[in-house]
Design a protein around this ligand. Structure first.
Ligand SMILES: Cc1cc2nc3c(=O)[nH]c(=O)nc-3n(C[C@H](O)[C@H](O)[C@H](O)COP(=O)(O)OP(=O)(O)OC[C@H]3O[C@@H](n4cnc5c(N)ncnc54)[C@H](O)[C@@H]3O)c2cc1C
Ligand code: SF4
Length: 522
């Protein structure tokens, strides 16, 4: 890192602010988390660790006494109708004396563990943000490797928590993203559109002009911090990383705490593996966390994010006091409320009109999803489940003008009607899902459940590759289709034009082939 810049944006202008100490990146390196995880994966495999990419853990297995026995991977080859197809492959049971859950923010199995073991009792609700991110190839003369910019202000109103980040990487690349706190109250707000608008601001637009957007992704991140961390252990296992909520919000960083918690969990369960007890509770892990720098770090910044519930200016004022005067030791702790309770009725909130994309620096959702690296087998059960199918129209449309149409960064949720405007109903375009989990968090009545899609829903093979390798991989994967038309469509794809689907020689159809740079591992 060579330069940190923290700016406030007005609609047409900008001014610099002192960079908050938590956001100083001196001594840090800007790296690709995807590349780093790939390298770590190789080290683990060299030590004999088995890795099963492409097999999501779909359920928790329990012993008769209620302790955790392991996880079950999902069945593959179940059709939309819930029946087995010719490609059916039953899931596998992966059993262990200790199971460490590391699902990232809003873990799907972790949610069930919260209920099974009452892990959230006495804790604040977890709160979240959605982070939307793009990777760009920019003009070489604009590249400033090591430069980090953060902004607050426009286009968000001051009552909504959020802002941008922009990292200049090596190789004339820029990672740019926008974070919006999911406790926002205006149901007309679209985090995706706010991000697209942000890139058109005169202070940043020039970085992207003449460049090429390479990939797109979105992911929820934890914002609850210290007061929202659940009980970490249960009989047979524990929680690490963002599934436990260890992200440091003022820093917007959680890889360091994820790694530290993983190391402490490994130390804690190591001795238990040698014992004969099948599924004891690794209580030692929670003790190790509480006496580590991770816990002290989260404690110190615990009041900063909740202070922003009072708006940007009061939040920034309090953050300065808390950091410089109280030094994180104020004798009080602010609390959180659940994000799904924060929406106002649509009639009480100002309508936001977003500009059309210019297709130079701002884009629509379809072309964005196309670059996201998600790939779903089309004939599979919908992985976005409605608990009550009447709620989307009777409640969400009636009161909030269907906010899922706007908070979903992938255009999965659409209210469709007859030509005369009658018979509104919710259409779920599940194949577009980029797995950010925002709907699972923000739906006002918690009526939407995100469950693991078959095969994980990403182009996992390509996800393990660099841009150049991914392009090559994609070309190779198309080469297996002997039909020339498919190759042509693939070339279209590589040149950024695109076919949304590819039909294979064996008649199977697969979703978009992405370049595997989506999600939080962008
Ligand atoms: C937009 C954005 C920007 C960020 N920027 C930074 C930054 O600059 N620096 C920083 O330090 N942190 C940053 N973070 C936070 C950082 O990404 C996380 O804190 C960190 O990745 C958490 O690591 P984890 O291993 O706990 O979870 P993750 O990195 O989310 O990994 C969890 C993995 O488990 C997989 N998984 C989930 N459920 C299942 C299942 N049931 N079965 C099988 N696999 C499953 C997921 O696909 C994923 O690969 C950012 C986050 C976002 C969203
Ligand atoms: S459907 Fe839900 S999880 Fe998927 S992209 Fe949309 S909001 Fe995110």
């Amino acid at each position: 890192m060579t330069q940190d810049k923290f700016i406030f944006l007005t609609e047409k202008g900008s001014f610099g602010l002192p960079t908050p100490p938590q956001m100083h990146n001196k001594g840090n390196y800007i790296i690709s988390l995807g590349n780093f995880c790939r390298w770590l994966g190789e080290q683990a495999e060299a030590l004999g660790v088995e890795i099963y990419p492409g097999f999501p853990a779909a359920g928790v297995l329990y012993h008769e006494d209620g302790s955790v026995r392991g996880v079950a991977t999902g069945d593959m080859g179940i059709g939309k109708d819930g029946e087995k197809t010719d490609g059916f492959m039953p899931g596998m049971d992966l059993v262990a004396k200790q199971t460490i859950f590391a699902e990232g923010c809003r873990g799907h199995l972790t949610k069930t563990l919260f209920e099974q073991f009452d892990l959230r009792e006495g804790k604040d609700p977890q709160t979240y943000a959605i982070g939307i991110k793009e990777l760009w190839d920019i003009e070489p003369e604009k590249s400033k490797p090591g430069t980090v910019w953060h902004s607050v202000g426009w286009p968000l109103s001051t009552d909504t928590y959020g802002g941008s980040f922009l990292y200049h990487l090596k190789g004339n690349q820029v990672a740019v993203g926008y974070v919006v706190g999911l406790d926002y109250s205006n149901p007309h707000l679209s985090p995706f559109e706010e991000f697209q608008r942000f890139k058109t601001h005169p202070a940043v637009r020039d970085v992207f002009e003449g460049g090429r957007r390479v990939s797109y992704g979105a992911r929820a991140l934890n914002e609850g911090g210290f007061q929202s961390v659940p009980k970490l252990t249960f009989a047979g296992g524990c929680l690490v990383g963002c599934t436990a909520g260890f992200l440091n919000v003022p820093k917007i960083k959680g890889t360091h705490t994820a790694m530290k918690s993983g190391m402490l969990a490994a130390e804690a369960v190591f001795d238990m593996l040698a014992s004969a007890t099948p599924a004891a509770e690794p209580k030692n892990y929670a003790e190790k966390i509480e006496s580590s720098w991770l816990w002290a770090e989260l404690y110190k910044v615990r009041n900063i994010r909740p202070a922003f519930a009072k708006g940007l200016w009061l939040g920034m004022g309090y953050a300065a006091l808390d950091t410089y005067l109280f030094r994180g030791k104020a004798p009080w702790t602010f609390h959180h409320h659940s994000d799904h309770t924060s929406l106002k009725p649509a009639s009480e909130a100002p309508v936001i009109t977003y500009p059309k994309p210019d297709n130079i620096v701002s884009f629509d959702r379809n072309s964005s999803v196309y670059l996201s690296g998600t790939n779903h087998e089309e004939n599979q059960p919908v992985h976005l489940q409605l608990i009550d199918t009447t709620v989307p129209v009777a409640h969400n449309l009636a009161i909030y003008d269907s906010p899922e149409q706007r908070y979903c960064p992938a255009g999965v949720y659409e209210i469709v009607r007859e030509d005369d405007g009658s018979n509104p109903r919710l259409q779920i375009n599940a194949q577009n899902c980029v797995h950010c989990k925002t709907c699972d968090i923000k739906d006002p009545t918690q009526n939407i459940r995100w469950v693991t899609p078959e095969g994980g829903g990403g182009d996992l093979e390509a996800a393990a590759l660099s841009w150049e390798q991914a392009v090559e991989h994609f070309a190779n994967s198309v080469a297996v289709c002997s039909n020339g038309a498919h190759l042509e469509r693939a070339n279209d794809y590589l040149e950024g034009r695109s076919a949304r689907r590819c039909e294979y020689e064996d008649g199977s159809r697969r979703g978009r082939r992405g370049l595997g740079l989506g999600g939080s591992k962008l």
